[in-house]
Design a protein around this ligand. Structure first.
Ligand SMILES: NC(=O)c1ccc[n+]([C@@H]2O[C@H](COP(=O)([O-])OP(=O)(O)OC[C@H]3O[C@@H](n4cnc5c(N)ncnc54)[C@H](OP(=O)(O)O)[C@@H]3O)[C@@H](O)[C@H]2O)c1
Length: 270
């Protein structure tokens, strides 16, 4: 059994990409702590994940907490550790996206998005880290986004929060390596999840034109790439050739992405 198959903590493990990873890890024998706010959605996810377990001895526990409240997330993670032991793997998948025109978005959207996506990631890591450091092993996997590599029209609240996650992963990687802890950062492309469905209801037309030009992945497809990348201890995990090109060459590609995005945005009225 791989070390991370013993206890994996997944924030946002009740839905979408987080749940798809949880199902894959359950199939491989992991014990899981799932953290999210809504208890009914957590219970539904638990049933699905339980059904995928490799053995009846595996445990799946649900912990209701908001990643934006440090005390709450710390309490939840400590409870997970008490019940299932030190975490070998922490995946921070809890996230939100609220697209819109910059001038129309209230300040709270920017603050909430940063609180969930960036501080929610940071708080979970701070809570799980002491236990990983004690073991001198562990793996932290942060979910950023392709929008954390390139700024996208209509994502002035979301993109910066995912850039921040990328910055955290890049700067934390070297520090934690000294303690035997691996760090990975994931840049998923558009993925068919409740988050994407909610975004599509409020996305500016220009943003739709940009995002509709790429393939929509399933959560399972994304989870498969993430689990494979985790097993190889890849630092940057990027599903798909298009996203990989952006991840490797985003600075060089900036003039091309700007030209391409502007072209799609200006198609209005064509
Ligand atoms: N779907 C995409 O196209 C896409 C693309 C790139 C990156 N991503 C990123 O991938 C991650 C997973 O997204 P998804 O698409 O799988 O979304 P999803 O299906 O909507 O799942 C989001 C999860 O996060 C939890 N969550 C949200 N706010 C939370 C909070 N304050 N505290 C604790 N848990 C919270 C949700 O549960 P509760 O609401 O019950 O708390 C849910 O479990 C996110 O970080 C997202 O930004 C998604």
């Amino acid at each position: 059994m791989d070390f991370y198959q013993q206890h994996a903590i997944i924030t946002g493990g009740s839905s979408g990409i987080g749940k798809a990873i949880a199902i894959m890890l359950a199939k491989e024998g992991a014990n899981l702590s799932l953290i999210a706010r809504r208890e009914d959605i957590l219970s539904q996810a638990k049933a699905e994940i339980e059904a995928a377990k490799a053995s009846p001895e595996q445990k799946v526990i649900c912990l209701s907490a908001s990643v934006t409240q440090f005390d709450d997330i710390q309490t939840a993670i400590n409870q997970g550790i008490e019940e299932l032991g030190p975490p070998d793997l922490l995946i921070t998948s809890a996230g939100m996206a609220h697209p819109g025109y910059f001038q129309e978005l209230p300040l709270e959207v920017f603050e909430d998005t940063m609180n969930v996506n960036y501080f929610g990631t940071l708080y979970a890591i701070q809570s799980a880290l002491p236990s990983m450091i004690k073991q001198q092993q562990g793996h932290i996997v942060m979910i950023s986004s392709v929008a954390g590599l390139v700024g996208v029209y209509g994502y002035t609240a979301y993109s910066p929060s995912k850039f921040a996650v990328r910055g955290l992963a890049e700067s934390l990687r070297g520090e934690l390596k000294q303690c035997g802890i691996d760090v990975s950062v994931v840049y998923p492309p558009d993925t068919d999840t409740p988050q994407l469905a909610a975004e599509n209801l409020i996305k500016p037309e220009e943003t739709k034109r940009i995002t509709q030009s790429t393939k929509i992945w399933t959560a399972q497809e994304v989870a498969e790439v993430i689990v494979k990348g985790m097993k190889r201890r890849e630092f940057a995990i990027t599903p798909g050739v298009e996203a990989k090109m952006i991840q490797n060459f985003h600075s060089l590609l900036t003039p091309i992405t700007h030209w391409y995005f502007d072209r799609l945005v200006n198609q209005k009225g064509d």
